[in-house]
Design a protein around this ligand. Structure first.
Ligand code: GAR
Length: 225
């Protein structure tokens, strides 16, 4: 049987790019059958760009402050992404609200990681808001991007306990660690065709996923393929 060819991916970032790094590492280790064709940032000089360059991945900066409307920025971004003909667009700490046009264009082939157990704490400052709300559990979610902000159907989540002495920093560290586990996993499933979205519904192995997969319920030593 012939080996599956790597799925072309474009990753969008705004900053540190540690999730990008986790995905690069999973490609290198063979856990993701994908190839990152380009990394695009809306901010110049961010560390994520350096990470990509170190691995020989083409990078582009499209500075959103140079556009006088969200529509114009998104139109340019869409055009730049399409140059690489990706079959998957991965938002990895991309801190921009996207227009409906853009989202419709990539719907079903765009994933995002969000630092909360969705539907809790959509939007920003999720760790502080989790602390303020006094929740027992916090975590992160990978979801398909739809026009509802942080509201697309969730594929996988990872949960951590919130401890009495937690602050934003400690929560960030533990949640990001979980992100680096579940995002590469979800990307690998997408690349091998195991997950899809149709009419706002996630399908895993062609069956509707009735609720998000919880990372801690996966078999030990789960492999990405
Ligand atoms: C991650 O925690 C990610 O969940 C969050 O930004 C961070 C990026 O870290 N994304 C969002 O808040 C999206 N709304 P990274 O640049 O090191 O991957």
């Amino acid at each position: 049987m012939s080996k599956q060819s790597p799925l072309p991916i474009v990753v969008l970032i705004s900053g540190n790019g540690s999730n990008l790094q986790a995905i690069i590492d999973a490609i290198h280790s063979g856990d993701i059958t994908g190839e990152i064709k380009a990394v695009i940032s809306n901010r110049a000089g961010v560390y994520g760009l350096e990470r990509a360059q170190r691995h020989g991945i083409p990078v582009e900066v499209i500075d959103h402050t140079q556009f006088d409307s969200r529509e114009k920025f998104d139109a340019e971004l869409m055009q730049r992404i399409e140059v690489y003909k990706p079959e998957l667009v991965v938002l990895a700490g991309f801190m921009r609200i996207l227009t409906d046009n853009f989202i419709r264009h990539f719907e079903g082939r765009m994933l995002n990681i969000h630092p909360s157990l969705l539907p809790n704490f959509r939007g920003l400052n999720t760790h502080q808001r989790a602390l303020d709300a006094g929740v027992d559990y916090h975590g992160c979610s990978v979801h398909f991007v739809t026009s509802k902000l942080d509201g697309g159907p969730v594929i996988i989540q990872s949960k951590i306990s919130v401890l009495d002495n937690d602050d934003v920093e400690s929560l960030t560290t533990r949640v990001v660690h979980q992100e680096h586990i579940i995002y590469p996993l979800a990307v690998s499933w997408y690349c091998t065709g195991r997950i899809k979205m149709n009419n706002n519904q996630v399908y895993m192995d062609n069956k509707p996923l009735m609720q998000a997969i919880m990372a801690d319920e996966l078999p030990i030593k789960v492999t990405a393929k």
